[in-house]
Design a protein around this ligand. Structure first.
Ligand code: PLP
Length: 469
């Protein structure tokens, strides 16, 4: 195959795509099954040309793509990668190394150590934290909770938990705004949903530390064993911020593992004015930050920082005979989690950090935050529209609340507004629920989003919210 010709066609396409992703409707217009029907039932008997495959990429796959790169993608946590990371991904795929052991590619392991230390320092995290890359915050979070369980010294690794009278109920503390992966981890680790304690939140959707302290005390008096407190900096619905310094003090006093999920909002701590977001993390046992959410690295790359990586090793290391090495004091990252094979993910973070530089990353984050604040200002100033949550970063939750519309009718009215905007193909929004009420959610995190895009969204929202006729 003519690799150069293939790359030339692909790179011309990538370049044009990045220049104008808005050529495509932001939300795919595919209906369920469209892509399946367009594809043959069996793979081809004989190999096919790159051009034939690429034609189908354009003709069949692209119509089924929702364009996260579109400057008017405002749903979930809007993300976008610096294009240079695509080159890094191609190089990583070319090298095709498996970074399971230090010796199976020393550069993959050592570059990971260096870029995660760069990032840790940039975030103002404690120099004692050690960073390891996982694919997602969910897997990093699961790994942290497994380490929390191991840290209890109950011999669960060897003896399990079933049919053991000497293992108390293990408890995990979170809030109704904590991302669901923490509860899933509690399920997978045998803690059980009944032992996931939802600590009440305050009016800003942040964990109430007094309620946490009370829950811990009550559980201890019943003989339960607190295993982990999961605090969030930047919750998924509203980006609310749990009071980590206070939670850390309480977790420390009760000797319970503190995991801080800063998957989305953590990156903002590279801005000196947002350093406060990670205050208290110097006392955390683990902290997760996602460069693939808001640091211009393509999915997937999540950084888990742990105070004592040895506990992770104690929880997970199991070296088969065929993987034994004698390399001495090195990190064999297969020992720090469930998976053996590991992609060379550090390469793309290294490319992005070098290419954008600290100032480039800061400038982009400040831009997103400023756009979200402008948008919130317009919504807040308009009669019949209301802001539903504090918006410290780049997400705004709000709704249209015309007079005499309430309850389910008001929810349906706002759902219809979002449906109408999304159906237009020019912008994509998602929703959440706050106090049971439907909230429209606008997230700004794309490097191509400009003020004109946010202004156009606001115009669309106002236009579709007007009564027909
Ligand atoms: N934590 C928070 C606060 C999130 O908002 C999300 C996803 O949006 C996650 C964790 C899960 O991230 P990942 O997709 O990397 O598992």
């Amino acid at each position: 195959m003519d690799l150069l010709a293939a790359f030339e066609r692909a790179s011309r396409w990538i370049d044009a795509y990045y220049r104008e992703p808005e050529r495509y409707p932001v939300l795919s217009r595919s209906r369920p099954g469209d892509i399946v029907r367009a594809l043959p039932e069996r793979p081809p008997e004989e190999g096919q040309s790159f051009d034939a495959i690429f034609d189908d990429f354009e003709g069949i796959v692209l119509p089924g793509i929702t364009h996260w790169n579109h400057p008017r993608f405002f749903a979930y946590f809007a993300i976008s990668a610096a294009p240079i990371a695509v080159v890094a991904e191609a190089l990583a795929a070319t090298l095709d190394v498996n970074a399971m052991l230090w010796r199976t590619s020393p550069a993959a392991t050592e570059l990971e150590d260096v870029v995660l230390a760069w990032l840790r320092d940039l975030l103002g995290l404690d120099a004692g934290l050690h960073g390891i890359i996982y694919d997602t915050a969910s897997i990093g979070g699961f790994t942290a909770l497994a380490a929390a369980r191991e840290s209890l010294g109950l011999g669960i690794r060897e003896r399990g938990m079933a049919a053991r009278g000497d293992v108390p109920r293990l408890r995990v503390y979170l809030t109704e705004h904590t991302h669901s992966h923490v509860e899933k981890a509690a399920i997978a680790l045998g803690v059980g949903r009944e032992n996931v304690v939802r600590v009440p939140v305050d009016e800003r959707f942040a964990m109430r530390s007094d309620a946490l302290e009370r829950a811990l005390r009550e559980d201890e008096s019943r003989g339960y064993r607190p295993m982990c407190v999961a605090a969030t900096v930047g919750t998924t619905s509203t980006t609310s911020i749990d009071p980590v310094p206070e939670i850390a003090r309480i977790a420390g006093a009760h000797r319970v593992w503190l995991h801080v999920d800063a998957a989305y909002a953590g990156p903002a701590a590279i801005l000196p004015e947002f350093r406060y977001l990670l205050a208290g993390c110097e006392r955390a046992d683990s902290v997760v930050v996602n460069p693939h959410k808001w640091l211009f690295v393509p999915i997937d790359l999540s950084a888990l920082y742990v105070r004592d990586p040895e506990i992770l090793r104690r929880a997970f290391s199991l070296v088969a005979e065929y993987l034994e090495t004698s390399d001495g004091d090195v990190h064999n990252y297969m020992d720090y989690g469930l998976q053996l094979g590991r992609r060379f993910r550090a390469l793309k973070l290294w490319f992005v950090m070098r290419h954008l530089g600290v100032s480039g990353m800061r400038e982009r984050l400040r831009g997103h935050i400023a756009l979200a604040q402008s948008f919130a200002g317009w919504v807040g100033a308009e009669p019949d529209w209301e802001i539903l949550a504090p918006h410290p970063l780049s997400v705004v939750c709000f709704r249209h609340a015309p007079p005499a519309t309430e309850g389910a009718a008001l929810d349906a009215h706002n759902a219809a507004i979002v449906e109408r905007v999304n159906a237009g193909g020019e912008a994509y929004l998602s929703t959440t629920r706050l106090y049971g009420r439907l909230a429209i959610r606008v997230a700004i995190g794309n490097e191509r989003t400009k003020e004109a895009d946010v202004a156009a969204l606001w115009e669309m929202l106002r236009s579709v919210s007007r009564p027909a006729g």
